[in-house]
Unconditional design. Structure first.
Length: 263
């Protein structure tokens, strides 16, 4: 900070979470940066300047960005330049992988608080991109969801009751996204919100196994198709509750899967 009330320019690593074209050649860009967390910035002339924005500010790249001075009270930083330092745009050649990567970026955009530095989230995104290089993996995506929920302070309870902390969950435990995870049989009667569902032992064990490994180890964790589906639906209920609506990228993913089944 300067004495005059402006934020000093800084150079930091960043990924693009979203962008919107404005005026004739500008972009409003949502970034997740190593130094500041999630920020909004205006990139003036970005759609015509190949010198300052050679990457075109595309998704699936890690960039070194320069954020210019920002007047006190202003919402947007000035994005002065961006240079690609780690390129994962090859993931876009597989539409399912692109859907998974886009879904993850949407979750970060929706769940990460503004201007709260958390380098672990940036590293999580990059680790997901690297993990997706061989192809899509439901286990990898579930591990990403679990890790991101924990990073933003909404860790999912899987081995104890989210309401009372009891470890002995009983035979009639349920999964309650509004209360933060598995709820024991004794507390289940008060779980009546949207998204409450049974979560059988196989699905819960699958999620517990994923929660216990690093993201780059998640691909090796497998379960039955029924357990994978139940785990997917449970985690989708969690992120939908946290965001307040269903993630928009799910429509794209469903469309891609539907097209592949028809072909």
């Amino acid at each position: 900070m300067t004495d005059g009330g402006a934020d000093a320019a800084l150079v930091t690593e960043a990924v693009v979470l979203g962008r919107t074209a404005v005026a004739e050649s500008d972009l409003i860009v949502t970034l997740f940066t190593r130094s500041l967390g999630r920020v909004g910035a205006v990139a003036r002339g970005a759609r015509r300047s190949k010198r300052r924005f050679a990457s075109g500010l595309e998704m699936l790249t890690v960039m070194s960005v320069t954020l210019g001075r920002r007047r006190r009270g202003a919402e947007l930083w000035s994005l002065d330049d961006a240079t690609v330092i780690d390129d994962h745009r090859g993931l876009a050649s597989d539409p399912i992988v692109l859907g998974h990567a886009s879904y993850a970026l949407e979750l970060v955009r929706e769940l990460a608080p503004p201007e709260a530095a958390d380098p672990a989230i940036l590293e999580l995104v990059v680790a997901l991109w690297r993990g997706l290089a061989p192809g899509p993996s439901p286990a990898l995506l579930r591990r990403f969801e679990l890790a991101l929920c924990e990073a933003v302070g909404s860790a999912v309870a899987l081995d104890h009751c989210a309401a009372c902390g009891r470890v002995d969950l009983g035979a009639h435990a349920v999964f309650d996204p509004g209360r933060g995870g598995v709820v024991c049989a004794a507390c289940a009667a008060r779980s009546t919100g949207l998204g409450v569902r049974p979560l059988d032992l196989d699905a819960r064990t699958y999620l517990q196994a994923l929660a216990a490994v690093e993201l780059d180890e998640a691909r090796a964790i497998d379960a039955s198709a029924e357990a994978r589906t139940a785990a997917r639906d449970a985690m989708l209920a969690v992120v939908t509750h946290l965001i307040g609506h269903a993630p928009a990228t799910l429509a794209y993913v469903a469309q891609v899967h539907g097209g592949l089944r028809r072909s």
